[in-house]
Design a protein around this ligand. Sequence first.
Ligand code: AHR
Length: 625
Amino acid sequence: TAVTVTDVRLKSMSALAGGQMYEDISSGDGGLYAELLRNRAFQKVTPGTSAALVGWQAVNGATISVVAEGTPVSAALPNALRLTIPSGRTGAVGVANTGYFGIKVTGGATYTASFSYRFPTASSFSGSATVSLQSTSGQVFASANVPLAGSQTAWRRVSVQLRPTQSASSTNNLFVISLNGASAAGQTLSLAMLSLFPPTFKGRPNGMRVDLAEALQEMAPSFFRFPGGNNLEGQTVATRWQWNATVGPLADPAVWEIGATLTQSAGIGLMEYLEWCKDLNMIPIMGIWAGYALGGTSVPQNQLGPYIQQAADQINFVIGDPARSAAAALRASLGRTQPFDLKYVEVGNEDFFAASSYVYQWREFVTALQAQFPSIHFIATTNTFNPVLTPNPTEYDVHVYQTPTWFAQNSFFYDGFQRNGTKYFEGEYAAISTNPNDIFGPPSNGRLVYPTMQSAAGEAAFMTGLERNSDIVFAAAYAPLIGHATNNQWTPNLLAFDAGAVYKSTSFYVQKLFSLNRGEAYIPSTLPSRTGTLFWSVVRKNAGNQIITKISNTATSVASLTFVLPFANVASSGTAQVLTGGATTSNTPSNPNAVVPATSTIATGKTFNYNAPPVSVSVLTFAAS
Ligand code: AHR
């Protein structure tokens, strides 16, 4: 295949090309949020049931249950763990947390454990609790003592640091709080809001898990869309994501009770999202709830007022003046007087599911909010131009979950779009199934559990089209971003993880290759065949006068390309970064590095040949002027 490149910097490219779409489905608690204890605060459970004890187990014959506390630790946390040390036990008796399917113990790291306790009935007990990290077979990695007094009938918060000197050989570990069985026999105490934090990304309190955060940082993302996704919408109006329920002290009223489908604590809240954006130098694309819940409820037009106000408060929390807005003053009280940067606000999520009510919801929300926040761009979430929305959206969010073949065959998706001032956000896309007739079905029917080389190559083919159309596609993100390897609500995910490790998928490497090899200008070249199996795009990067060519070969045979370049000077060599592997090969927990990019030197020149390996994504870089 001959590819003739022109010397025209036809389109300047959006700086937002590669970003991240984040939501708390199988990814926040036990995932990006570094908290290690599962069910740390017993919210959203029914006291007295065994289900209420998820994550917890008795140690050495202790009696444990979740109770509705007569004197709760906070109004938002009505339940507590009741621990009774029975008579006749010796040794350490107590309660253990199994973490989110395990706990990683790293030698040399400092873990911060904290909890609130009280004795429901005063006693003369005077002793201590031992807080420890240990293996399920009893090897203790770190421990510390906390003095306990039976006279303590009011809640008391304690915090200790645990410093294991050696790493555990597996994640089959426990966080244990125990008392001496002999001296504490007959004692009952209540425990609430228990927490165990390892070191966090950039040392932020209540922060992010380091290995996941570093993997996300490695992609050099340009934007961060939050909080979803379905997670924004909630199944019901009452369970929609509400910004004000996610800020402030963790044990304060209103912190809990949010979310779409999985119990989550909102430990990562609006403030954490914004700080995370700053830490990774990402532009926030923030969702506001727009009147539609996933279960099918649409708020009627005449009842939208409080929700529009809540959205205005959310925006004011981010950019408002503390002297003029209570929400902005709340932000200042949390340590951030200066506004954050905010340009894009997305109105709902996939509200094409309720397009007829979105017509008035969009109108009411955007008319009111645009008047208050004239610098903000509001992104619509219905199908493009259908229905017609007023005010006319300047940006639409477009989502697509499809087969690898669909992505390859739709790499020209945006080429036919009118250049009429409207911009597009490819806000969620992923090749998730090989079965076009059951895209969202189970793995037994074609759904991918992990991205494959074939799915990643399909996405890369599509992404060459996004580069070609970057004059109107201003931002794009694979979705979902992260998910637990086995305990998840959705597959495939860009990054999989478990308690011990992060697994980078083929799609992750494609996203990273495209993101790290952005250009400032798209350069036209011979167009690929729309129905073929070989796709490319060519961009210019100003730094180092580089020409960067991205090639996706979705066929299972080698594809030969001859590049013909118009530049006066072309370096005689360049680099090829290549991701290739078997079409159905995935990176999995048992084989995490099955497909990883390899870099080599290639011969380049005014005319040069390149053989794209079977099922591959290549990035060729060389200097030219
Ligand atoms: O990314 C998974 C889900 O897919 C998102 O929550 C939703 O927006 C889409 O339907």
